[in-house]
Unconditional design. Sequence first.
Length: 518
Amino acid sequence: MNEEQRKSQSQIKQVESTKVEKPLSEKTTADFAKYFQTTYQPPDIRKARKRYREKIEVHYDFEIPDDMKEIGEGKKFLIQTYGCQMNEHDTEVMAGILTEMGYQATTVTEEADIVLLNTCAIRENAENKVFGELGHLKPLKMEKPDLIIGVCGCMSQQESVVNKIMQKHQHVDLIFGTHNIHRLPHLIKEAFYSKAKVVEVWSKEGDIIENLPKVRHGKIKAWVNIMYGCDKFCTYCIVPMTRGKERSRRPEDIIQEVRRLAAEGYQEVTLLGQNVNAYGKDFEDIDYTFANLMDDMHKIDIPRVRFTTSHPRDFDDHLIEVLAQGGNLLDHIHLPVQSGSSEVLRRMNRKYTREEYLELVRKIKQAIPNVTLTTDIIVGFPNETEEQFEETMTLVEEVGFESAYTFIYSPREGTPAAARKDDVSMDEKKRRLYRLNELVNHQAADSMQEYQGKVVKVLVEGESKKDPDVLAGYTEKNKVVNFRGPKSVIGQIVDVKITDAKTWSLNGEMVENQVEVN
Ligand code: 5AD
Ligand code: SF4
């Protein structure tokens, strides 16, 4: 089949292997063609579990080919991002690539020549939002036939979604997966010059590509990927299928990136991974863990280092010891628990019990007495009993979470939990979510009251959304603080005395030379 035929069939490509000898910048779609299969496999957990032994290489030779550097001259792009910080950061990379291709960013959809939807597959409602947005874009595409509409991110990794887009949203020109971001210049070129749909979704992750350009959102806080993928296979979660196996970036590359950000004046970095505690487990040549990485972060002259997200199973004593050093390692830990029932945790394949989680919390609190813990919780997992839900409620109280992201379980095609029968009605799930949220809100409000009259360190991010005369920023424990102050402190860390505590934010007054009690 020649290139044209392949394109016109608009088939979904899968890659068998990505070990291609040429530098990335010289590769064309044809170089990958031998790796493509012509049929698409739905997410398959058994296959995914067998992926551990494949070697990942790191590439430092990404370049935009010369003939693609001016494709975007005089044109604009808009990327809409759904879902987690990983997606936000992927958007920064795609913005970097498009900018190097000559495109300019816009926030006005009608002005855009390229609209990309960077999607999330974690729950059904995230997907519905994207389908809604695709519907909204249809009239614009009819008005502007040259507009390129693309769908990328986690939804693109799912067969059912790609099929639905192909059938019901004919105005989409480009679909590409989470492992294909570095191929964006080639994909745009193909979409630009051909009238056929361009679909490129690799079911297997590629190598790590280090030097992708980025346009970061702001100059104060930055995201830094430390690893990609997830091998935990929680039974409800689609991520191990959409993001591939765990691959850690080399420590020297991460350290260099953070040092550069510090030198550029960034005040805070958040280290990103689906399960940062598994960082380094895939290294064969060095013994270097997440604790080692955090220890190295501690030595870098940047005021704040956060990380997200942790899996309790891999949260070891060495890490606790390193975090207890404090300094730029902040005393806020997001530690998703998902459920307070050992039986539900077992069925979720979380690999820890309620007691083990509580023991971990005890150790963390002992080592870091002022620690703030936040979490993620799923209610209404298939066949969750009232008693098991109550165990979640008591665990939330016992740990004293100061906030939590709470979700109703959403079945995801291809995950083991989705194949289970579920005897919990949606009304019941909603009732449980409501009760859980009431409890979390109470705990959040109580924790905020503690701040009355105290002085906290606030990293000032800018004007508050509601009032341009008010500044807004975040404490070390990630609480929003609004206060009046000069615009010159934007980007700095200042002391603010709290005068009013609400459930989700604090109001205060800027002070100088006061003792910090944060
Ligand atoms: N249904 C509901 N919530 C989910 N999460 C992940 N998968 C699902 C699902 N199928 C939640 C988990 C995870 C967070 C990012 O999203 O709580 O920690
Ligand atoms: Fe999903 Fe997180 Fe579990 Fe990985 S650890 S499977 S990303 S919930």
